[in-house]
Write a protein that binds this ligand. Structure first.
Ligand code: ADP
Ligand code: 5GP
Length: 204
């Protein structure tokens, strides 16, 4: 039987909607999924670790990676670069491992262009007021940064129509559960299971 290639899963959503929180919940049940650690020029927040949350690099190093074509996609977001390593993703997918990216909307559009089979999921907050509360409660950004992130959130939510699935992050466990259901359904797509039919009917 053919070994399947890994699934490329993209999760986007406005800053503070709860992407990291939902991803932790998801990965605690789905330990077989590889979380892609992005490269960024932003400074680490309190509690963030290099190589775990992000690979923190200088602007000069990031621009070298762009020039050497090392990134699957990259984007500038609120004054900083963020990008995904092409080599690491390709290695995991080739080994049949599912890979999860937490990236913003411009990067997600580039991934869909380069990898049309990727599954794009958009996480939305129950309301803009709740998003503002979460950004304030997280207590990691200055008020002007929060304002810029809220403004950007409105633009980003408009882009959600280009995604394959929308998940509301009301309760973390339910949101992670819905993502697991989406992944289970994706595994059963006829186009992805064609080898199962071929093993029964042959290659006629
Ligand atoms: P993101 O990764 O999207 O920027 P975080 O995961 O850092 O967002 O979450 C932002 C804040 O919102 C954190 O303080 C987190 O604990 C909180 N949070 C996340 N999901 C929920 C939820 N479903 N209900 C209430 N608070 C949440
Ligand atoms: P934060 O600074 O809150 O960690 O992330 C800001 C935004 O950058 C989030 O929307 C997050 O999804 C996005 N992001 C994180 N890593 C990448 C990446 O590798 N590429 C792109 N395009 N966006 C990323």
């Amino acid at each position: 039987m053919n070994k399947r290639r890994g699934e490329l899963i993209v999760l986007s959503g406005p800053s503070g909607v709860g992407k990291s929180t939902v991803i932790s919940e998801l990965l605690s049940s789905r330990r077989d999924i590889h979380f892609s650690v992005s490269f960024t020029t932003r400074l680490p927040r309190v509690g963030e670790e290099n190589g775990v949350n992000y690979n923190f690099v200088s602007r000069q190093e990031f621009e070298r990676m762009i020039a050497d074509d090392e990134l699957l996609e990259y984007a500038e977001y609120v004054g900083n670069y963020y990008g995904t390593s092409l080599k690491i993703i390709r290695e995991q997918l080739d080994q049949g491992v599912d890979v999860l990216l937490d990236i913003e909307v411009q990067g997600a559009a580039k991934v869909k262009e380069r990898c049309p089979e990727a599954v794009l999921i958009f996480l939305i907050p129950p309301s803009i007021e709740e998003l503002s509360r979460r950004l304030h409660r997280r207590n990691t950004d200055a008020e002007d940064v929060i304002e810029r992130r809220l403004e950007k959130a409105r633009q980003e939510c408009r882009e959600s129509i280009h995604y394959d699935y929308l998940v509301v992050n009301d309760a973390v466990v339910s949101a992670a559960g819905e993502i697991m259901s989406i992944l289970a359904a994706e595994q059963c797509r006829t186009s992805k299971c064609i080898h199962l039919t071929q093993s029964i009917v042959g290659n006629e």
